[in-house]
Ligand binder design. Structure first.
Ligand SMILES: Cc1cc2nc3c(=O)[nH]c(=O)nc-3n(C[C@H](O)[C@H](O)[C@H](O)COP(=O)(O)O)c2cc1C
Length: 151
């Protein structure tokens, strides 16, 4: 994994390195289970199942399309962020990484070519006595928050 990640030391030092994988085929693979649960829970009735089934394909295109890949990466990134927050709550430290070769990671860990790897997350305990530098520069809120219109 370290060789696939530009030799970044944290990959070897951390207790675990998570490969976060986005699956553009998730719609096809899960739509029946989603629709079955929606009917069982009363979100929709049987008559509207086929209408709902067509929605994700209309919204996110075919599984090879850019819009589908973006949809997969969007969902996976929210999952990654939630995982990092949950890990912090459990006393772990995490470090997101996009400094890696996706091709090498896929080859070394038998990940299908059609998957997208938005990031890795190293996870572990902070080194005893570790003193982090103060948080670096951040953009001011007003520089990126707009009200009612972008410009
Ligand atoms: C998507 C993403 C990918 C990152 N990839 C790397 C990486 O490959 N190696 C690294 O040392 N830091 C990486 N970082 C961490 C950034 O260096 C770090 O977030 C930034 O320095 C700000 O530090 P802070 O988030 O702790 O304030 C990444 C951060 C993000 C959000």
């Amino acid at each position: 994994m370290k060789k696939c990640s530009f030799d970044q030391p944290k990959v070897a030092e951390a207790s675990a390195t998570l490969i976060i994988i986005a699956n553009p085929n998730a719609v096809e693979e899960n739509i029946n289970s989603v629709l079955k649960s929606w009917v069982e829970l009363g979100y929709i009735n049987e008559d509207s199942v086929e209408t709902m089934r067509s929605m994700p394909f209309k919204n996110y295109g075919d599984k090879d399309s850019l819009s589908r890949k973006l949809f997969a990466v969007k969902n996976t990134s929210f999952f990654a962020m939630s995982l990092m927050i949950a890990a912090k709550g459990l006393g772990f430290e995490t470090h997101p990484m996009d400094g890696f070769s996706e091709e090498k990671i896929k080859a070394n860990f038998n990940i299908p070519e059609d998957r997208v790897i938005p990031l890795l997350i190293t996870l572990g305990y902070p080194k005893p006595g570790l003193k982090l530098l103060p948080r670096a520069w951040r953009r001011e809120l007003k520089s990126y928050v707009k009200y009612n219109s972008f410009s």
